[in-house]
Design a protein around this ligand. Structure first.
Ligand code: DHK
Length: 151
C-alpha cells in the first residue's frame, strides 16, 4: 500500500506569492502543492495537501488523519508559536510529524523562536523556502513507509 502523507498549511499561507516574498519566497501555494505532488508521486506516495486559516479546521483534519494517513507534514505558520491545541491534536494523531517553515524562524524575531510543534515533531525543516516542502515530503515518506501494512 502506498504511504499516505497529509501536508497541512496554517493561517496566511494562502497568501504566498504576494505575502512578503523576500521572506517566504515567490512561489504560490498552488505551485508548492505541485512540488509536493511531484515529489510524493515519484516516491510512490499519496499526498493530501490542505490549507486553512482556521485553527479548528486544521485540528479536525489532524483528528481524521489518525485513521487515514501515515504521516503529517505541517507548516503551522503563526500557530507554531501559540497553539497548544494544535500540538495536542498532533500528539493524539499518533502519527510521525515533520514540522516545516519556509523561513528560518530562529533568524527572525524572538517571538518566533519557540514552537509548540517542535516539542513533539520527529524533525524540523526550516529556511529552505519551497524546497523545504520537497525535503519534508521525502522525510515523511521515509517515516511513513515503516508504518504502512505492506511495509
Ligand atoms: C510562516 C509563518 O506564517 C510565520 O508565522 C512563521 C512560517 C514562519 C514560515 O516560515 O513558513 O513564524
Amino acid at each position: 500500500m502506498a504511504p499516505r502523507v497529509l501536508v497541512l498549511n496554517g493561517p496566511n499561507l494562502n497568501m504566498l506569492g504576494t505575502r512578503q516574498p523576500e521572506i517566504y519566497g515567490p512561489e504560490t501555494l498552488a505551485e508548492i502543492e505541485t512540488l509536493c505532488r511531484d515529489r510524493g508521486g515519484s516516491l510512490g506516495a499519496e499526498i493530501d495537501f490542505r490549507q486553512s486559516n482556521h485553527e479548528g479546521e486544521l485540528i479536525d483534519w489532524i483528528h481524521r488523519a489518525r485513521d487515514t494517513q501515515d504521516a503529517i507534514v505541517i507548516n503551522p505558520a503563526g500557530l507554531t508559536h501559540t497553539s497548544l491545541s494544535l500540538m495536542d491534536a498532533l500528539i493524539a494523531s499518533e502519527l510521525p510529524v515533520i514540522e516545516l517553515h519556509l523561513s528560518n524562524p530562529h533568524r527572525r524575531e524572538a517571538f518566533r523562536h519557540d514552537s509548540y510543534v517542535s516539542k513533539i515533531a520527529a524533525g524540523v525543516i526550516c529556511g529552505f523556502g519551497s524546497h523545504g516542502y520537497e525535503l519534508a515530503v521525502e522525510a515523511a515518506i521515509r517515516l511513513a513507509s515503516g508504518r504502512t501494512k505492506a511495509g
